[in-house]
Ligand binder design. Structure first.
Ligand code: SAH
Length: 237
């Protein structure tokens, strides 16, 4: 779980939303929840709505102010459903996730969510680097708090996965010359086994080439296959 990313709920009034937030986070692999002046917490309602994600509720940190909740953060993103009269830099959840994915795990990130009825105040948005708005129906743009958390966490998870995928060292595909050596070796063994009749090979070689080409073998896999062929020859030889 990336623990440099925290979800901050500012003055959540319904404990059910706190539980649902924990569940949303857990499904997306995030675990750090910070609550600023929750109206009611801990609460049985929150625990019930969290389903299996009670661990996140147990470890949730409560703070007196948003400043305190984000004091050690390098990047603070504030979410809002409505356009503000003052222009803040604004981005989508996807752009926000991509910014987060660029940071190293030593950099602390907070995604801040407002209270159910009125959202974040302008003073609270002043503490954020960027405002994040989930694109939605302009006539009905206010999502349920935990649904908004779910969308942000989902985008973060996707982006983190992508980043990891790029970082994962990929094994080199086998060179064509190695594939050709493997094909000749395979042909030789199949003739020795009398599985392949050299006078009447039909399309077997081509079919086998097609099969192995489709598998896009990496170097180590070709070595294994060559080893198997040698073992067969040793046994029969
Ligand atoms: N009228 C409030 C809505 C509060 S909904 C407002 O204007 O913000 C509770 C919280 O859910 C919001 O403070 C925000 O954090 C999040 N949220 C709801 N809808 C959102 C949206 N379309 N984009 C981004 N965050 C949203």
């Amino acid at each position: 779980m990336p623990d440099h990313i925290r979800i901050v709920l500012v003055r959540p009034s319904h404990p059910g939303n706190i539980g649902a937030t924990a569940r949303a986070m857990m499904t997306m692999g995030l675990g750090r929840l910070v609550l600023v002046q929750p109206a009611c917490f801990p609460s049985q309602v929150a625990t019930d709505r969290a389903s299996g994600a009670v661990g996140i509720l147990k470890q949730a940190v409560c703070c007196d102010s948003l400043q305190q909740a984000i004091a050690d953060c390098h990047l603070v993103l504030g979410t809002t459903a409505r356009d503000r009269t003052v222009e803040w830099p604004q981005c989508t959840p996807r752009e926000a996730a991509s910014r987060i994915a660029e940071l190293s795990s030593e950099q602390q990130v907070a995604i801040v969510f407002g209270t159910e009825r009125i959202g974040l105040s302008n003073e609270e948005l002043d503490l954020c680097h960027t405002m994040v708005r989930i694109p939605c129906n302009p006539e009905f743009s206010s999502l349920n708090l935990a649904s908004a958390v779910q969308i942000l966490c989902y985008e973060i998870m996707l982006m983190m996965d992508l980043k990891q995928g790029h970082e994962r060292p990929t094994e080199t595909l086998a060179k064509q010359e190695d594939m050709q050596r493997f094909y000749s070796h395979l042909h030789e063994v199949l003739v020795e086994l009398e599985f392949l009749d050299e006078d009447n090979p039909r399309l077997l070689d081509r079919r086998l080439h097609r099969l192995f080409n489709r598998a896009a073998l990496v170097e180590s896999e070709v070595q294994i296959l060559r080893g198997i062929l040698t073992a067969i020859q040793r046994k029969n030889g």
